[in-house]
Design a protein around this ligand. Structure first.
Ligand code: CTP
Length: 400
């Protein structure tokens, strides 16, 4: 699937650069042509010789290399690939990308390109969590940069947490997803997933039991058919899919805001289990037990994201799909929900305890559309996702 693809690989200056050598090898095994660019900091960690030996090609390092300019200018270099991959993407490189700085070859290529860009961040956990990096992440996600990782784990610096570069095979999977050709190629699809958390006070929240598994499987299936997926997820149990534009949110209102920023999209699939209510005003300090009795919690209704997208006046997605998890009168409730929310399709499932569907690996769904209801046989959740993705591909006219 990756055979004959061309990747411009920018290697930043981090200890994880040693894993990039393995990435080059893995890509080579799959028939990918890798054109390496090594930053000056990157060359402190891996040598140009080992990079070019593995890639089987010259390594580019300098912006003002007259020989390179004569052979291939940096603008041409930036556009001569199917995908630009930055691994490791350091905090510094990400800051430059977010700012649009172009003071060396790597940052200039990233600013000059019109090719999709995938980054595999790698940095110390504190650097990853720093508000400045988090602002840069949000900017880059908004610019459509695809993230692979980072993972949680032990770091070379002795600390533990998010910031570890994704493993080479995980990056390969993200690259495959980003380059997938298929019936949904060039289609931009929004998927919401996971639960939302609505704060009661700084330590407590309202939530639900959604693991995010079905939404994640759907995003994966859409990506496999070539879609550009914007994945807006609450705090889910399962890791997010690779190769998507990822927005992590906590609350329903943040989820809605992230969805609205993602518009326009060709289709929206609302698989998130959004909390219907939040506190009218969350306490800013921890609620304490008092002799005076129980705290009085006042609720406010959250926005309905599915209904908002379905009834959007300027930017309604061409196809809007909602979910209905019901315990009684499945079909009648799902048909009514489709009309009430104004969406095109409802994927309904019976989550009453006897079905074993909630928390299980299988699902039996009803697909409710404007032409009627179809009962799908019980199958693995991944299969439900693949079948739904194929139905979406069939419903959206081929894009040329
Ligand atoms: N949904 C949403 N925003 C909300 C609530 C729900 O986008 N604030 C979406 C879910 O992602 C799902 C669909 O609406 O696709 C159905 O959610 P559900 O909770 O079953 O519906 P409700 O609106 O809560 O209706 P009811 O209380 O009758 O079950």
């Amino acid at each position: 699937m990756l055979a004959s693809k061309r990747i411009l690989l920018i290697i930043g200056g981090g200890i994880a650069a040693f894993k990039t050598l393995d990435l080059i090898r893995r890509l080579g095994e799959r028939g990918v042509t890798v054109t390496p660019v090594l930053t000056h900091a990157g060359a402190e960690f891996v040598t140009p010789l080992s990079v070019s030996a593995l890639a089987g090609r010259k390594v580019f390092t300098d912006l003002f290399d007259l020989t390179d300019e004569a052979e291939m200018g940096h603008i041409e270099l930036s556009r001569s690939a199917d995908l630009i991959v930055v691994a490791p993407a350091t905090a510094d490189l990400m800051a430059k990308m977010a700012q649009g700085q172009a003071d060396d070859l790597a940052s200039t290529l990233l600013l000059a390109t019109d090719t999709p860009v995938l980054i595999a961040p790698a940095m110390n956990v504190r650097m990853w969590q720093h508000p400045a990096t988090q602002r840069n992440i949000a900017t880059l996600q908004g610019d459509g940069i695809i993230f692979a990782g980072p993972n949680d784990g032990d770091m070379a610096c002795g600390e533990h947490g998010p910031g570890r570069m994704a493993e080479p095979l995980e990056i390969v999977a993200a690259i495959e997803a980003a380059l997938a050709d298929g019936p949904l190629k060039s289609r931009r699809i929004l998927v919401t997933s996971g639960p939302t958390h609505e704060p009661i006070d700084p330590v407590r929240y309202i939530a639900n039991r959604s693991s995010g598994a079905q939404g994640t499987a759907i995003a994966r299936a859409l990506t496999a058919l070539g879609a550009d997926v914007v994945f807006v997820t609450g705090p889910a149990d399962v890791p997010p899919p690779e190769g998507v534009v990822l927005h992590r949110v906590e609350t329903a209102r943040e989820m809605l805001a992230a969805c609205e920023v993602a518009l326009p999209v060709d289709a929206a699939i609302c698989a998130a289990a959004v909390a219907d209510w939040r506190m009218a005003s969350a306490a800013s300090s921890k609620l304490k037990k008092t002799a005076g009795g129980l705290p009085q919690l006042e609720f406010a209704e959250n926005p309905d994201i599915l209904a908002t997208l379905s009834q959007h006046t300027q930017n309604r997605p061409g196809l809007v799909i909602g979910f209905a998890a019901e315990t009684d009168d499945l079909e009648a409730n799902a048909v009514a929900k489709r009309l009430r929310k104004g969406c095109d399709w409802i994927v309904a499932n019976d989550v009453s305890e006897a079905t074993g569907i909630m928390g299980g690996s299988e699902n039996a769904v009803l697909l409710v559309t404007d032409t009627g209801t179809e009962a799908w046989p019980r199958m693995a959740k991944d299969r439900v996702a693949a079948r739904l993705a194929q139905r979406i591909a069939d419903a959206l006219a081929p894009k040329v």
